[in-house]
Design a protein around this ligand. Structure first.
Ligand code: AMP
Ligand code: MN
Ligand code: MN
Length: 315
């Protein structure tokens, strides 16, 4: 795909990513925004995301992110790091655009655009974008946005989705001279005191099952209200559960409505997380996936447990 050729005649370009945007989502949207605005100065480029986390406020263009009004019309609209269904309020703009472009790395995305590039072998959407960008337009601010996307989806180059090429790209990016240790610390590792306390509480109350090979942690509505926290404050909890010795499948869930839970899975190579969540309409990657489930906490855990057990027994 040639990004600039695809957008050559466009006057109005929109960019969006998934609901509950993470580092890769915000990083890729803002990197593409800066790149297109620089390479195609005559076009107007706009970015739409729902409640992007404030830790990403230093990325150039963050202040311009907004939510779409209904029925805005675009010549080209990009869906990044997701399929159309997960765009949230920007889905209508994407579907109504003259040209829809879908760039992603989720194995469960079949491609919802007129032009699609889905590369499940690549660790982040930001990494996919880097390979589409012409070097003459690259600069320190674009590099920083892409780097943030890459570190968030690879767990700072730790997860198995880190390829040798990922490291080569990261090396090229840090040549631009941004303060990468501060970025890693402030956007990835640093938590507020409250966030750390919530994590501590979830870890304390977590329960193991299936011969101690699975673990589940949960936060209910009442607790979220009591501490006045949102989903962003619980980032990283599932990874901490996954770090426990002997665990092949870590589950973190929080209540989004009465008897409705957002579920996150992190697995070892013995469990394909996409196979589990696809039964509940979710998606993601082999080692990290998510879905929304209906029912009580116990219903959800029972349903997940059955599917995980099948895979653990099979392996
Ligand atoms: P999380 O639920 O945030 O732990 O997500 C883990 C990975 O799965 C991320 O790459 C998400 O973008 C992806 N993911 C989570 N929920 C869904 C879903 N319903 N459909 C497709 N991908 C998802
Ligand atoms: Mn994402
Ligand atoms: Mn991603």
């Amino acid at each position: 795909m040639n990004l600039l050729a695809e957008c050559s005649k466009a006057k109005r370009i929109g960019i969006s990513g998934h609901i509950r945007p993470d580092g890769d989502c915000v990083g890729s949207c803002l990197a593409l925004y800066q790149y297109l605005q620089k390479a195609l100065p005559a076009a107007s480029v706009e970015v739409f995301l729902e409640n992007p986390p404030e830790v990403f406020a230093d990325i150039c263009g963050f202040g311009l992110i907004r939510q779409p009004e209904k029925k805005e019309q675009f010549d080209v609209f990009f869906a990044l790091d997701c399929n159309a269904e997960r765009l949230g309020s920007a889905e209508e703009c994407f579907c109504g655009a003259i040209k829809k472009i879908n760039i992603d790395h989720h194995i469960t995305n079949k491609g919802d655009g007129d032009v699609n590039l889905v590369r499940p072998e690549v660790g982040s959407c930001s990494e996919v974008l880097f390979e589409l960008m012409e070097k003459e337009y690259m600069d320190g601010e674009i590099a920083k946005a892409l780097y943030i996307g890459m570190i968030h989806d690879t767990g700072v180059f730790q997860y198995s989705n880190t390829r040798p090429q990922t490291m080569r790209i990261a090396a090229e990016l840090i040549e631009y001279g941004f303060d990468f240790p501060a970025i890693v610390q402030e956007t990835f590792y640093q938590k507020s005191y409250l966030q750390t306390q919530i994590m501590g509480r979830v870890l304390m109350e977590s329960v193991r099952f299936l011969d101690n090979r699975c673990i589940v942690g949960c936060v209910d509505r009442k607790t979220m209200e009591f501490y006045d926290i949102t989903s962003k404050d619980m980032d990283g909890i599932v990874n901490q559960l996954r770090n426990i010795k002997g665990i092949d499948c870590a589950i973190f869930m929080y209540e989004t409505a009465m008897q409705e839970f957002k579920v996150s899975l992190r697995t070892s190579d013995l469990v394909d997380a996409t196979r589990v969540v696809s039964r509940f309409g979710g998606g993601g990657h082999m080692r990290a996936a998510g879905c929304t489930m209906q029912g009580t906490f116990h219903d959800c855990v029972n349903n997940l447990s059955g599917l995980i057990e099948e895979q653990l027994k099979g392996n």
